[in-house]
Write a protein that binds this ligand. Structure first.
Ligand SMILES: Nc1ncnc2c1ncn2[C@@H]1O[C@H](COP(=O)(O)OP(=O)(O)OP(=O)(O)O)[C@@H](O)[C@H]1O
Ligand SMILES: [Mg+2]
Length: 301
């Protein structure tokens, strides 16, 4: 039987049946800056219009208390010089200046170089995940390229919620699968990720590792995935979010993945971060225009 939230989606897409293994949640790393908020305590006075979570904050507040992270803020005792990178990126400065509330699902979209990975990687690190992917127990690290942002962020966590999570980072997953081979689980044989195609390995990883409650962070997962592969991933993420105990943070260039139900979408760019409806995203309108008449674009190349 398929385990985890993705069974239905996998079956619907006719994809390979994942190998199920009994895995421990992983050893937790000591998180960096974080504070706990007791149930029922809302965001602090710094809460701004960016942080209303589009109609969901007040009505869904009780449900949000079961999520791992409530809010990102700049660390009050370790502020970041705004003249230095990555604070020079507008969306990073926006988060540092105004904080950011996180609901069940957060989607970041924007042009290449706008700052999505910088933000998502810092959240993963601040939570205790490895910058190159894996769970809170993973120690995988090849070359340190992450920004210092995680050291300057404070995660406002909900009390008594999970500390589990996983970071799927497309650009480093090949090395991460090698790390898993070299550091096998003691609880049984692992999925042979290196014997799968790029997209198959991503989907198997999500079905095998993204289980139960946790913080699930994904950076450009669509880089490996076909249309139906993206749909399968969307099915897994949708079920995780629907459980009410998991939180998904996702950055991508895929209009399909950006349609994750109940996600708060932020368009990232020189303006900082702005909440946006799916149908109004540049990403969506550009693809719609291209698919309607590709020649209008091709003649300008
Ligand atoms: N170590 C660094 N020092 C200075 N600038 C950097 C460093 N690493 C990345 N940058 C710059 O920060 C900006 C944001 O990079 P980031 O990887 O976050 O973009 P992105 O939105 O994820 O882009 P993409 O869609 O291409 O993945 C880029 O302009 C990049 O060149
Ligand atoms: Mg990126």
């Amino acid at each position: 039987m398929l385990g985890g939230a993705g069974g239905t989606a996998f079956a619907a897409q006719g994809l390979k049946r994942p190998i199920t293994t009994a895995r421990s949640p992983g050893i937790e790393a000591v998180p960096r800056g974080e504070i706990l908020e007791r149930d029922g305590v809302g965001p602090g006075p710094a809460c701004t219009s960016l942080n209303v979570l589009a109609r969901g904050w007040h009505t869904g507040r009780m449900a949000f208390e079961r999520l791992p992270i409530r809010r990102l803020t700049e660390h009050p005792s370790n502020t970041l010089d705004r003249r230095t990178w990555p604070a020079t990126l507008a969306p990073v400065a926006t988060i540092l200046d105004r904080g950011l509330d996180l609901g069940p699902a957060t989607v970041l979209v924007g042009e290449n170089g706008s700052g999505k990975s910088t933000i998502i990687e810092a959240i993963a690190l601040a939570y205790g995940l490895s910058p190159e992917g894996g769970s809170t127990g993973a120690q995988h690290r090849t070359r340190s390229t992450e920004s210092v942002l995680a050291d300057h962020l404070q995660l406002v966590r909900n009390a008594s919620t999970t500390r589990r999570g996983y970071f799927l980072r497309a650009e480093t997953m090949h090395g991460f699968f090698t790390y898993l081979e070299s550091n096998p689980s003691t609880s049984g044989p692992d999925v042979p990720f290196h014997e799968m195609s790029h997209g198959e390995s991503f989907l198997e990883l999500v079905v095998d590792r993204f289980r139960g409650s946790g913080l699930w962070v994904l950076d450009e997962p669509e880089s490996a995935l076909s249309f139906s592969g993206c749909l399968a991933l969307l099915g897994v993420l949708k079920e995780l979010v629907a459980s009410g105990k998991s939180q998904v943070i996702l950055s991508m260039h895929s209009p399909l993945l950006a349609a994750l139900p109940n996600a708060q979408i932020f368009e990232v760019g020189s303006w900082g971060l702005r909440p946006q409806q799916w149908e109004n995203l540049d990403l969506v309108t550009s693809w719609q225009a291209f698919l309607t008449s590709p020649e209008r674009y091709l003649r300008h190349l």
